[in-house]
Ligand binder design. Structure first.
Ligand code: BTN
Length: 263
């Protein structure tokens, strides 16, 4: 169990945008909701909200995110990227890359990405990233980008996660300082985010870590159908082309599917 405080983080943080300001809360329903409310009030981009616990943590594709008060990092950021709406996913990539690089820099553990934005260590899920975009017509107004990262999470009470998830401390075999992790995550993410705002696509760096292409996958579509195939290619907006076992292909996008690697 750990507690992050605003002063500990702010004393060490060297960002100009992300985490400006930073708010640390003890227990919330979801940090996504708090940041979305701030966005609706017109708050500028950069706001970061961190919570020690979430009672209604949100995952991708309508799932929940188990957020016990025992060692996860739960963070949401308010971003107002200068992007066409169909490239919203680039914003999430900058956060995913920032988290992966922070972990490699601090702990030397290799981190892969499972499409669309899961962080894997030793083939198990260390973190998940969620983006919720708001549009004015077709223009992207803001993105609430959230990450849930298993720092010291104990999965023994969660049989469905125990086999597929991993915590950073378990992978490392040592204790982790969550403040250093959060600071590095914000700093690396900011570098990618500012580069994106200057016109550099994060796609190549994100794809270089992607552990999904060429693998047999099963995709659960939003309408309940399952499709089986091989992850064939990534499109410029981060969508995945599945080459179906029964011929043809299908493009899938992050918000409406879940995907399982089969091997
Ligand atoms: C996923 O399904 O893989 C994405 C999980 C994202 C969880 C994080 S925890 C902080 C933020 N607040 C939420 O309610 N969800 C995101």
């Amino acid at each position: 169990m750990f507690t992050l405080t605003q002063t500990t983080i702010e004393e060490r943080l060297r960002t100009s945008l992300l985490g400006r300001p930073l708010v640390c809360l003890k227990s919330v329903e979801s940090t996504q909701t708090i940041v979305r409310e701030a966005a609706r009030r017109g708050e500028a981009e950069g706001l970061a909200v961190v919570a020690g616990q979430q009672t209604a943590g949100k995952g991708r594709a309508g799932r929940s995110w188990w957020s016990p008060p025992s060692g996860g990092l739960y963070l949401s950021l308010l971003l107002r990227p200068n992007l066409p709406g169909d490239l919203t996913s680039w914003t999430v990539m900058t956060l995913t890359l920032g988290a992966a690089e922070a972990i490699e820099q601090l702990y030397g553990l290799p981190v892969a990405i499972k499409w669309p934005n899961d962080l894997l260590i030793q083939g198990r899920k260390l973190a998940g990233v969620l983006a919720e975009g708001a549009f004015i017509g077709s223009r992207l107004d803001y993105v609430v980008a959230g990450i849930g990262l298993n720092v010291a999470t104990d999965f023994s009470s969660q049989p469905e996660l125990a086999d597929t998830a991993i915590s950073l401390e378990a992978a490392l075999g040592a204790a982790v300082d969550p403040a250093s992790l959060l600071v590095a995550l914000l700093e690396h993410s900011e570098r990618h985010y500012l580069a994106m705002q200057a016109g550099v696509s994060p796609l190549a760096a994100w794809q270089a870590r992607l552990d999904t292409l060429g693998r047999p996958v099963t995709v659960h579509l939003a309408d309940g159908r399952l499709v089986h195939g091989v992850a064939g290619a990534v499109l410029p907006d981060g969508a995945l082309r599945i080459d179906l076992d029964d011929g043809g292909s299908q493009e899938v996008r992050a918000h409406d599917v879940t995907l399982r690697h089969q091997s």
